[in-house]
Design a protein around this ligand. Structure first.
Ligand SMILES: Nc1ncnc2c1ncn2[C@@H]1O[C@H](COP(=O)(O)OP(=O)(O)OP(=O)(O)O)[C@@H](O)[C@H]1O
Ligand SMILES: [Mg+2]
Length: 395
């Protein structure tokens, strides 16, 4: 996996004497509050270390004032860190001169703001094309590219509207299109959806996920909402008072909150939207044909105290399911061709299917759900595992 952004030992102190004070802050364990009281300096970032992989959505989450914006602004050097290193594609951006920085901001990194920050006197199309204008791309080409990007965010028909004629959600789509139009490698989004009302916000999250799937951009996304973080993040960094308290996948964070601060966030989360089939599936209970047959099937079901068993072929492709009742009946009839009783009416899901989408499958089908990848059997989700997953118990 390629690392696109790497932040190493980064500190940011706000105040007149930050360089001098930094050594003190590093040595002592003084809290942010105390440092402010005693020195008038604010700890913005304290020993931040993280790396963002190519193509991932990396979410930075934390309460107001925890340092999220400071961190993201250091990454495009709108803010100068007091100390540390920040690499983009292996290049230390803190060593770049102005020309290199302008180049970086025009070509590699785009930012989407909470406040949309559109140019009010330019049309939607010209707003989207603005980054290309800065790159001196010819008018026709930039208009064409801007139109294509507007189509991607479903605003193709609004090219000639003015920003003030659009709703908040639409304006934020324009903001997103503007950021995407220069085809940057990295997208920085600072609370980009926080000003939108919940329904529109949820739509924008879905749209971002879709765009991410098709364009594979590296995205650093800031939010103070854990539900949003869990929904869109491949990994999440949780910040408190300028420090990172935990970095992990949504599952890591739900299953093992690093401290009480994270635990407080996690308590109010809807687990059904986060836990996936791969987190709760069992892998052992299945039957492989032709190497195993009817009698093995019955023994396996008895040993595991289950009433049905998935059947796969030697390449592990899923064939269906057999039940203990039918298996016993077949034996009683002195037959042993298990193929006769394989039921193909089963529910299958991919490993990343969320519990909330698996739950309804148990309503109209008595069998467990098979987890497959292109037909290949990976594991089983039992109803009990789904229930445990939701209440956060043992799995
Ligand atoms: N220019 C500045 N001068 C002085 N202090 C600042 C400056 N910018 C930020 N800070 C302080 O740094 C800390 C982190 O602020 P930051 O804006 O990064 O927080 P945030 O996590 O983005 O919060 P929010 O969710 O409210 O946007 C805060 O205590 C803030 O007061
Ligand atoms: Mg902020």
């Amino acid at each position: 996996m390629k690392t696109v952004v790497e932040v190493k030992n980064v500190y940011k102190l706000f105040g007149n004497n930050s360089q001098k004070l930094l050594q003190q802050v590093k040595k002592s364990k003084l809290s942010k509050e105390k440092v402010l009281k005693e020195t008038g300096h604010t700890i913005g970032l304290k020993n931040i270390n993280l790396s963002v992989n190519e193509g991932e959505i990396f979410v930075v989450m934390g309460l107001s004032g925890s340092g999220k914006s400071t961190l993201i602004r250091c990454i495009n050097r709108i803010i100068e860190p007091t100390e540390g290193e920040i690499y983009i594609n292996g290049e230390n951006i803190l060593k770049m001169n102005n020309k290199q920085l302008t180049n970086l901001r025009r070509n590699k990194i785009s930012m989407v703001f909470q406040s949309f920050a559109l140019l009010p006197h330019k049309t939607v199309l010209d707003n989207v094309a603005f980054g290309l204008e800065l790159q001196s791309v010819k008018k026709e080409i930039r208009r064409q590219r801007a139109q294509e990007t507007l189509d991607i965010v479903n605003l193709g028909g609004y090219a000639h509207s003015m920003p003030s004629e659009l709703s908040g959600g639409m304006q934020q789509r324009v903001g997103l299109a503007r950021a995407l139009c220069t085809s940057p490698e990295i997208l920085l989004m600072d609370e980009a959806f926080s000003a939108l009302d919940p329904l529109i916000r949820s739509e924008m999250q879905d749209e971002l996920i879709n765009i991410h799937h098709s364009m594979k951009k590296t995205i650093i996304f800031i939010t103070h909402d854990l539900d949003e973080a869990l929904k869109i993040g491949d990994r999440i960094a949780i910040m408190k008072d300028g420090e990172i308290v935990q970095i992990g996948t949504p599952e890591d964070i739900l299953k093992g909150p690093a401290n009480d601060y994270v635990k407080d966030f996690v308590q109010n989360v809807n687990r059904a939207k986060v836990i996936t089939a791969s987190n709760i599936m069992k892998r052992k209970e299945y039957l492989t044909l032709p190497k195993e047959g009817l009698r093995t099937a019955i023994k396996k079901m008895q040993d595991a105290s289950i009433s049905s068993l998935f059947v796969v072929n030697k390449d592990k492709m899923l064939k269906g399911i057999v039940t203990i009742d039918k298996a016993v009946k077949l034996i009683k009839e002195k037959k042993d061709n298990i193929e006769e009783i394989i039921d193909i009416n089963i529910n299958t899901v991919s490993p990343d299917t969320k519990i909330e989408d698996i739950m309804p499958m148990f309503l109209n089908c008595p069998f467990p759900v098979a987890v497959t990848d292109n037909g290949k059997f990976l594991g089983i989700v039992f109803k009990s595992a789904v229930i445990n997953g939701i209440i956060g118990g043992a799995q």
